[in-house]
Design a protein around this ligand. Structure first.
Ligand code: BTN
Length: 270
């Protein structure tokens, strides 16, 4: 794997795009201490001060379309697994770490990490830039909460743990590569999807999903095997391939359907 680290750069995704043109077919890791033009989904700005893990993994062409479809979720899963492991090693009580479909990781309900996947052409083949931003020891005080859809948080703020940024980047990269490579087999892939569904944020809640100019409200039922979101709305089961979830209303656990209720309902309507 080619690895490049900068003290500061515009965006690791932008830099990774350039490097992948020079090295088609290679796994490449680009990281930076800060980003001056960090990008989020939907053209949003991504605040990238010192103390966060800002990196992009160039995943070379994956022949298996099933793996391609779930890359953002695998990235979220690798972040979750690494944070859980490193927090345990740091002697911290296990906080709740959830994956918010399709691209975020939540720590105790707040956004600790975001993922920006971009498909690119390298030579005759395609590759995917998996850009990952994890708030590790950076802080968000003095921030206007209205700026964010979900309140941001760093690992330090949520748990008091001072994880090492370089170690987190290394471990997430290794874990993500392992998940991608073993995901080519149907059986481990199904196990990964089960794990993602188990830690899926807002399952059983009433949520609103925005797809372009369209909005759909319904119960978040789970995921299909290709990573699409299953939403029950108007007695119909919809499978949503892309979009953005708004905060559930209400957010309390009592008003959410239980796993058992969801299972029964899925059998009735699918
Ligand atoms: C989002 O939540 O909207 C996705 C945020 C992704 C941020 C990461 S930081 C490393 C990489 N470089 C970027 O410019 N963006 C991604």
């Amino acid at each position: 794997m080619i690895r490049v680290h900068y003290d500061s750069i515009d965006s690791t995704n932008t830099q990774a795009r350039q490097l992948s043109a020079e090295h088609p077919g290679e796994w490449i890791l680009v990281s930076s201490g800060t980003q001056t033009a960090g990008r989020g989904r939907f053209g949003r700005q991504w605040q990238s001060d010192t103390g966060g893990a800002w990196f992009t993994l160039v995943v070379p062409h994956q022949p298996d379309p099933e793996v391609q479809a779930i890359l953002p979720l695998l990235a979220g899963l690798s972040v979750r697994q690494v944070l859980a492991e490193q927090l345990t090693l740091a002697g911290k009580q296990k906080p709740e770490i959830q994956i918010k479909w399709p691209n975020d990781v939540l720590l105790d309900g707040k956004k600790v990490a975001g993922i920006l996947c971009e498909r690119i052409k390298t030579g005759k083949q395609s590759a995917v830039l998996v850009g990952i931003g994890i708030n590790i020891v950076n802080r968000f005080f003095n921030m206007d909460p209205a700026q964010f859809i979900l309140p941001p948080v760093s690992v330090l703020e949520a748990t008091g743990a001072k994880l090492q940024v370089g170690m987190v980047i290394q471990a997430v990269t290794e874990q993500l590569r392992l998940l991608i490579e073993s995901g080519a087999d149907a059986c481990p892939r199904a196990e990964m999807m089960n794990e993602i569904e188990y830690c899926l944020a807002w399952r059983g809640h009433t949520v609103e999903i925005v797809r372009g100019s369209e909005k759909l409200t319904g119960t978040l039922m789970g995921l299909n095997p290709s990573g699409g979101l299953l939403l029950e709305s108007g007695d119909q089961l919809h499978c949503i391939e892309a979009g953005e979830l708004g905060l559930p209303v209400p957010l309390d656990h009592e008003s959410a359907k239980t796993q058992a209720e969801l299972q029964v309902r899925l059998q009735q309507i699918s």
